[in-house]
Every structure is written in structure tokens, then in C-alpha cells.
Design a protein around this ligand. Sequence first.
Ligand code: UDP
Ligand code: MG
Length: 157
Amino acid sequence: MHTEERTFIAVKPDAVQRGLIGEIIKRFETKGYKVIGLKMLRVSDAQAKAHYAEHEGKPFYPRLIRYIQSGPIVAMVIQGYGAVAGARHMMGCTDPLKADMGTIRADFAQVMEYNVVHGSDSVESAEREIAIYFNENELFADGKCMSELVIESLDAD
Ligand code: UDP
Ligand code: MG
């Protein structure tokens, strides 16, 4: 049984500053995942704290919060079969040195403190993270594929 999943992806500030927005979105789009939510924003204190709650107290936490607020991010929700694990697979390991070649982090990042992209690690995290950044009315999951558009609109004329 195949069911579609939604996952939260962020193009982190370093990638936005380096002009990699399109490159990173393109990877997910060409995989076939549907972009159902997309916005550029500055992460607020409350959003940063909520997003990275699981890491509070760890040595890298203060720097992580500074990093995610160091410039605008591009937040998106993508949808597809196995999208949570699929997107993580495409991103590669947290540490770009350990990420497989061809993954986003291996291709575009050098150190894990600036690893260009975020992706939810489970369906539960995804729903929690989506709610931090998006209202339901900002998500557009009912986009039709081209064949449906042709049948429903062109053939109806
Ligand atoms: N991070 C870091 N140092 C570490 C571990 C993580 O700077 O030792 C940063 C890194 O940017 C990572 C983020 O904190 O993407 C969240 O860490 P997590 O373990 O959740 O990795 P991810 O899920 O992003 O792969
Ligand atoms: Mg994580």
C-alpha cells in the first residue's frame, strides 16, 4: 500500500546566500516530489526554539540557533511516496564529509555547521515542523497532474 507523505525542507541561510535556492528545490522537483508549500522568511526566536527543541542543551545548540537565524531561509513542504526518508536520502548525512557523493550535502557543503539543507527525520517530526512554519491554508496539496487537467478542462470544452 503506497501512501504519500509530507515532509518539511528548509534551504538554510548559507545556501540562500550562496545562490543555491533553485538548485536545491530542483533536486526535489525532478525527483518527482510535489512542492505544496513554499516561502522565504527570517526564522523568529520562537520558530528557531521550536524547530530545534530536541537539540536544546547540546554543545552545538547556540551556534545552530545563530545559524538558522543568520539570514532568510526558504521553507517548503514537499509531498510524495516515502518523501520523509526519500528526502533525507537525497540530502545525505548531517556531516557532508560522510555524505554519499551525489547527495545535496556532499555536493554543496563542506562542514556540518553549514550543511545547506534541513529535512524532517520522521513523519511525526514533519507534521510538527510543518506546523511551525506553515498554516494549513498555505499548503496546496490538491494540485492536479497534467493529464487530469487536460481531461477535466480541455476535454470539457
Ligand atoms: N549540527 C552541528 N553540529 C553537530 C550536530 C548538528 O552543527 O554536532 C547542526 C547541523 O547543521 C545539523 C543540525 O545541527 O543539520 C541539526 O542536527 P541533526 O542531528 O538533527 O542533523 P540533521 O537532521 O539536520 O541531519
Ligand atoms: Mg534533525
